[in-house]
Design a protein around this ligand. Structure first.
Ligand SMILES: [Cu+2]
Length: 326
């Protein structure tokens, strides 16, 4: 038996089962459909925080919550409209059917009704478009951010550079090169013999195949962070669903997005633009630290960089001439 969830084992089928008799081929199609369904279900369950979650995640920022609220408002408007429209239609079909002796009305015009069914959709659409426009404006409003990080997409990794923090330029913090975690990278090699299901987070024990990176982006909690997003080869897309921060990363163009995350934790995302053969191997991981811990982390990075530079300078310096003898 194959213990991996979502993957069916067909290896014990007799060889004849692979011939194209109609009942066998139907069975094969049914098997393939069932296997695909199980795989998709297990992938969905693995990607979502709650098994069988049916709705969007609320995310971790005010903007992501606002998006969720607007999505729910639009959904309920659609539900009410659907009930009214389909209800009226089914009442008309069943109650006023020919076999019951219904006779079609002959009137062709009703100004009041036509005015109502023009005005009502306009009001509903305006009612949805107004909060959507305000929210879109807020999503794009990266002004007054307290920190700026430049995000650059490459085939197939992310580069993060700290530009400014608290009104001051950030210097001496080394670039973060964020590539696919080595255990995932090993497992994904052709004929590696390593099951993707064996790739787990050491601390939480959760599956993190293709979800973890060598060095995550680190940002402080409760701080409005602006992400300047670009790419250096082909078009990528930087996306952290929990932040509702999602922007195309295009060579030669600087886009921006922002997030203010109040809850510290690990947040994961993806490159969302098909960017080449290893598109699936450039996940986004953002570690949000409480502000004091972040400040300590930043100081540590700066110290390490200073020490490193001092060591290299000392190495490169020419040896001192020996004092002349005699
Ligand atoms: Cu990409």
């Amino acid at each position: 038996m194959n213990a991996e969830p979502g993957v069916s084992d067909y290896s014990n089928l007799p060889k004849g089962a692979m011939t194209m008799s109609s009942s066998n081929s139907k069975r094969r199609i049914a098997g393939a459909v069932a296997a695909t369904g199980a795989l998709l279900a297990s992938m969905t369950a693995a990607a979502n925080p709650v098994p069988w979650q049916m709705n969007l995640d609320k995310g971790a920022t005010k903007i992501s919550h606002d998006i969720w609220d607007l999505h729910m408002a639009a959904l309920w408007v659609c539900v009410v409209l659907g009930v009214v429209v389909f209800g009226a239609m089914f009442i008309a079909i069943f109650r006023f059917r020919k076999s019951r002796g219904a006779v079609a009305a002959t009137w062709t015009h009703n100004s009041k009704l036509e005015f109502a069914w023009t005005l009502l959709p306009v009001l509903i659409l305006a009612g949805l478009a107004t909060p959507a426009t305000i929210l879109t404006r807020d999503m794009y409003n990266a002004t007054d951010s307290q920190m700026t990080v430049k995000v650059t997409g490459y085939q197939w990794l992310w580069r993060y550079d700290y530009i400014s923090y608290d009104g001051k330029p950030v210097t001496k913090v080394p670039t973060i090169w964020s590539r696919l975690a080595w255990d995932s990278n090993k497992a994904r090699q052709l004929d590696s013999g390593i099951s993707p299901w064996s790739v787990v987070d050491e601390q939480t024990g959760e599956h993190d195949y293709l979800l973890d990176v060598t060095h995550p982006l680190v940002i402080p909690a409760g701080v409005k962070v602006r992400f300047l997003i670009t790419a250096d080869d082909v078009i990528h897309g930087w996306w952290v669903p929990d932040f509702a921060a999602k922007r195309d990363a295009i060579p030669g163009i600087m886009n921006d997005s922002w997030a203010k995350v109040d809850k510290p934790g690990i947040y994961r995302g993806q490159c969302y633009v098909l960017c080449g053969q290893d598109h699936s191997a450039m996940p986004v991981v953002v570690k949000v630290l409480p502000q004091d811990q972040f400040n300590a982390w930043l100081a540590e990075q700066q110290n390490a960089a200073t020490l490193d530079k001092a060591a290299r300078t000392a190495q490169a310096a020419p040896p001192k001439p020996e004092p002349a003898k005699g």
